[in-house]
Ligand binder design. Sequence first.
Ligand code: ARG
Length: 578
Amino acid sequence: MQIRSSDTLATHVERLLVAAFEAAGLEGRGVRAVPAQRPDLADLQCNAAMALAGAAKRPPREIAEAVATLLREHAEFTSVDIAGPGFINMRLSPALLTAQATRQLADPQAGIAGETPETIVIDFGGPNVAKPLHVGHLRSLVLGESLRRILLAQGHRVIGDVHLGDWGLQMGMLISELSRLWPELTSDGEWTANPPFSMNDLQAIYPRVAAECKADEGRMTEARAATARLQAGNADDMRLWETIRRVSLDAQTTDFHTLDAHFDELNGESLVQPLIPGMVEDLATRGVAKRSEGALIVEVAEESDDSPMPPLLLEKSDGAALYATTDLATILERRDRLHPQRIVYVVDQRQALHFQQVFRGARQAGYADGIELVHVGFGTVNGKDGKPYKTREGGVAKLHELLDEAIERAAGRLDERVDRAELAHAVGVAAVKFADLSTYRTSGYVFDAERMVATEGRTGPYMQYACVRVTSILARADAESAAMGTMDIAEAAERTLVLLCSRFPEAVQSAARRYAPNDLADYAYDLAQAFSRFYAECPVLAASSAEVRASRLSLVALTRHVLGKALDLLGIRVPERM
Ligand code: ARG
């Protein structure tokens, strides 16, 4: 039976299994083929006989025997054996493995299954204007970018949006302070193209004015007035706001580039402010929102809640909108403009309650009909003390400081070479990213740059080395004019490699379903290790014959294809040489 193009190796075998179980008079639906626990005895195994025995009132071994007899008729298997209480152990034919490996190598997607395409918004990054990116943005950017790539590879239409914190009192504070420092800024003029302040100035000014406003009521009144003027669309304030936003975003974009984080849209909280009055009114008239002690709230508690969920706060008693109000309006805006089937928020797990409230509020309001809302939460990046990472001085570490530390340590491990700086950069960044991606997202992890840049173990540099090595074998083959050829899967290490490559689509699917790039990171690591074993056991360029060499070169190319794709989906760049 030919493998259908939409099938993986496992699902192809599952079709045969389902048919065999049904022919044996059993419920075949959902029967799975999983990697064999004893690779020395089998490639895949099926455990369904045990699960079905009870309902069928038949001994599991008898079921397994009946199924095995039917399976043995297929050319796909060289052997089908029963073990223990009724495990069905299947050894796949070399022809099937060759067919699988050949089509995977030829497929630009390396077998990734296309899903029914959805329009998916990924909301990630989320920095606030005038503040540098810091340790708290690392995971959102790294996880968000990988998820963006994974969902794209599955055939979805994906829209990455950075959702800047670019509105509110913070902006009024900055505007009032900047126009004190540079009075010319409040007039129309040449300055917008060449503002007198830089991101460094903004970073220094913002905490100072925030503190001053807190301490001095008069200063706060001034900031509030600026905020109100901005909200009313005053041209001078708008111009200044736009410039602050641009200066700030330009600086932040440098960090996005370093991390290879790509955004299709650079929207922010400001975009939806005009929608808020109408939305609030709509919610109030329909009775979704109600007044409580002067504030406007939406009750979002549900009976099944373990602990009572506080109401969503739409408007404070002074009429000011809140974080949740903006997120609710953003759902509306995205719904009407982008028509998404899914909105995914890659945001710190500590905001879980906020998103639960917003999602419930959106559903109650009927704003999210046909839209799946997902909060992909993540744990903190910690210091060696296990607490959220701080600088030596006890402050919040800037993102580029963390990356610089890894880059410096990576440089320390490289020998003197011309391209050392560039290479150290690539290795350091990959080290940080892979460490992040290889931890399940809800667990926190310790930022340990020295461990991250190690070339052994589950690290970014190890993965890069592995990939570079595979590529260099192909380059040497090219130089020696050694060609690839028909694969002939004879050795155990070759078989393991092909089987593992065949599981790439499953790893991608699992990473997508669980929003867990670590499934893919783990997979990539296993593949790199399997390749190491193969390379140690099976000479490639020095193979015993031209046919074996050609076959093994094809296997090397397959590994390169799958490993390269996996690292690309993780957002890990591989240098040309190391
Ligand atoms: N700017 C927010 C913060 O600093 C994160 C934004 C996350 N995205 C969202 N749609 N709420 O906490």
